[in-house]
Design a protein around this ligand. Sequence first.
Ligand code: ZN
Length: 162
Amino acid sequence: MALRNITNYQNDDILRKQAREVEIVNNKILTLLADMVETMYAADGAGLAAPQVGILRRVVVIDDGTELIKLINPVIVEAHGEQQEMEGCLSVPGVYGQVKRPMKVIVEALDEKGLPVHIEGKGLLARALCHEIDHLNGILFIDKVLPGTLVHDDIAQNPAKK
Ligand code: ZN
């Protein structure tokens, strides 16, 4: 495993591109997943999407504090309710803002064996799933931040970074 460099929205156009589906879960993808997990923990993040380490593939990792989740080709198939919380991003360092997200989502994806999995996320996990899947579509939380709620590091209450 190895740490990878985290892309920054000010320098890296890759964060604005559409990531490609993974067709075969091969060793390259497994290494990518392992490196992303290591990089996420090293950066003290709650989630990481492959474009954030410069790879345009539909791969995400999330740890909401309860479990580590690794997903390939994740798709939101159901969304329910609404929540509004502070959000941050490892690729947008030092900036936080309020974002509306569904309270609960159901996501379909592949696991590390290439088998279909069904994930139900509520609260923070729902937010993380939405945030990471947005990354696969070139969308950043700052695109969705509620007007007037953007703040910088010094006054934010250190919300989870993804
Ligand atoms: Zn992010």
